[in-house]
Ligand binder design. Sequence first.
Ligand code: CO
Length: 684
Amino acid sequence: MNDHHRVKLTGMSYGKERPKAKNPIKVEDLTFRDGHQSLFATRGRTEDMIPVAEMMDEVGFWAMEVWGGATFDTMHRFLNEDPWERIRTLKRYIKKTPFSMLLRGQNLVGYRNYADDVAKVFVQRAAENGMDIFRTFDALNDYRNFETVVPVIKSCGRHFQGCICYSLTEPRMGGDVYNLKYYLNKAKDLEGMGADSICIKDMAGLLAPYDAFEIVKALKSTVKPPIHLHSHFTSGMSGMAQLKAIEAGVDILDTCMSPYAYRTSHPAIEPLVMALLGTDRDTGFDIKHLAAINEILEKDILPKYKHLLDDTKVSIIDINVLLHQTPGGMLSNLVNQLRQMDALDKIDNVYAELPRVRKDLGQIPLVTPTSQIVGIQTVNNVLFDDDKDRYKMITDQVKDLCYGLYGKTAVPINPEVQKKALKGYSRGEKAITCRPAEVLEPELEKAKEEVKGLGVDMDDILTCALYPVTGKRFLKWKYGKEEPPADVFPKTIQQAKNEEDLVRKARAGLVVEKKEEEEKQIPARSEYIRTFNVFVDGDFFEVGVDEVGGTPLVNFIQPMPAQVPVMPMPKATVPKTPPKPKEPAPKAAPAPAPPPEISKATEPAPKTAPAKANGTPLSSPMPGMIVSYKKNVGDQVTEGETVVILEAMKMENALPAPVSGVIKSINFKSGDSVAKNAVLCIIG
Ligand code: CO
């Protein structure tokens, strides 16, 4: 450390009364967005932010990230919370610190490009609800996807932070795509668009410390806006990258409160405060105040979320990221996808195929949604291609990418792959070169129609415009038109402790089905029943727990197959029917019972086993959620024609008819969650 970094350290106080640094580093706290998104599947509830909100406001953060990214999706889908309400609620407690959100450019807070009319109103409503800083990124770093939202951010008088997604094609910065020149040019583009600050968004933790130094130093002498570093901890390098970035003159850093830090999240704030204490970049934060916040988080909040923490490994870093230059989340998705297809032995082929697919698709950065697009296509190639024929099963998203619907790729797409992908493509066989949203029809009026009688204001309309299926379902819950399922309700700290106790007992083999239970009458399930997973050595049980007088009561235990998806997936809702018979079900693939209204209305169809007598079933290849049926009962279909759109892995999958025939029965409806192998319809 240079001498000028050091101020007088003797008698230095932990508190705020110590002398102010010459150029204090500014810090954005990500606990309430990226923190729980990275560690707890974005399941953090507003009620669990309120107990520390006012204290967080006192820390002196430059901003707090509280919204955007996956929060909008998970809140309305899994938490039965109105995403818009979170901004307004937190604003009542956090009055001094500006709010920041992650805006996915023209993707807003979803996974595809939305039409301009939706994008404009969305930004306006976010600003009016209380958003101050719009951290804006595009997965392809194609800033034409900013052209609609930026003028609205500016006209609302808000802060436009432009991001450069940090990506690599080799172990360190350089090569012919993602080199220093690339990043400087992108920064100049953002400055030209009026960026109030520029963020290097290192979503995979790929940024090595000396590359951080080089890039920040060069950016500081090339562009005027403040430089902000967002670097995930995943690979273990980001603490070092932060320190080198500080030495190179970075203006703003991202951190989390320690219980929400590290692993795939961000470095913690507390070590940074201590590391800089007494230097000319001293944060000025009161470390004892931070400790007081941590105590509340640890004792009263985190026990409710601990079960979501991926504790399958002891190590808190993922060295695969260093080996493959791909985001950790993407790799775990690939593993889950292979596991669902019973093809986990092909993982090495996937690692080898991944860089080839990425190169064919224009060396795009790997971030939501491009990481899923590249990942799923890679798995398809490994599973279905042979030596003679590549890209046998091209996903719709790859077709869209080849058409130009996501924007311009870093290098041109392999023309052969592009030609194959666009053969018979619905929008046309010739790729576009214009700004992608220019080919999208306006969507807002349609959403207004959809929401009629369901929602009351523009925020409701936007919820539905962004998420037509789950958004509509949420509005039904919000306005009392439909009963939300039990698993969307929050759990209390006592429930969390009871569940943990039960899991401990199950692990110790103390939860057994007793003979005398057969004489006991089984109580009816209450509306508070919770379903959770219990793992005992290699076995996996789905257990329903109903709390009676504070004592957890095992209501049903259903053994599940050992090969289970561990990725958080939409959970099948617990049907409100009497408990299952007590004898354990055979170890077969489970399928949810049909929704009551359907089982009443139609002939009950066989659920798992193909029944040739009645026709051929179309089964779900993976767990997911029904987006829509493209056919009705009685419709004629030809083999290969799309029958169902199933959402899984954040992707919409078109499921083709396995045979030609007539749709005899349809077993689910839009918005239903389905298990792997669930029979979606019967073709006869
Ligand atoms: Co992030």
